[in-house]
Ligand binder design. Structure first.
Ligand code: THU
Length: 131
């Protein structure tokens, strides 16, 4: 993706964060997933009283997109509710590995629309298990 488009994708992640359901951890996460056709799917974390059914924001966005027929992704922006860059958990990285090109897919960790770090999936999940 064009670097000029990154702040817009980060803003979408902040919009997604508004719907975060995190009464247990009180850690509110938003993600915005960009498809190759330029569509954006938003996701938030959704917690559960039984804890393990909790779904991360990144997987919410990816599962929403895949369930709508999307399989071609360029980037994901992720924001958390602390003033830190929030790297995706291992499970979310493995889900990215299933659907995204390791060499080109960008994972954008943001503290603000103009304050972010971008990584390729291959950097975040080396020696990945896959098909
Ligand atoms: N969480 C995410 O949504 N994405 C991450 O990359 C890390 C963690 C959520 C899961 C849980 O609702 C809360 O953050 C605390 O772990």
């Amino acid at each position: 993706m064009d670097t000029a488009d990154i702040p817009g994708l980060i803003r979408e992640a902040y919009e997604a964060q508004k719907f975060s359901y995190a009464p247990y951890s009180k850690f509110y996460v938003g993600a915005a997933l960009l498809t190759a056709q330029g569509r954006i799917y938003r996701g938030c974390n959704i917690e559960n009283a039984a804890y393990s059914p909790t779904n991360c924001a990144e997987r919410t966005a990816i599962f929403k997109a895949v369930s709508e027929g999307e399989r071609d992704f360029e980037a994901i922006a992720i924001v958390g509710s602390r003033d830190e860059y929030l790297p995706p958990c291992g499970m979310c990285r493995q889900v990215m590995q299933e659907f995204c090109d390791r060499k080109t897919f960008q994972i954008i960790l943001a503290k603000a629309p103009e304050d972010y770090r971008a990584y390729r999936l291959e950097e975040m999940l080396p020696e990945a298990f896959g098909l």
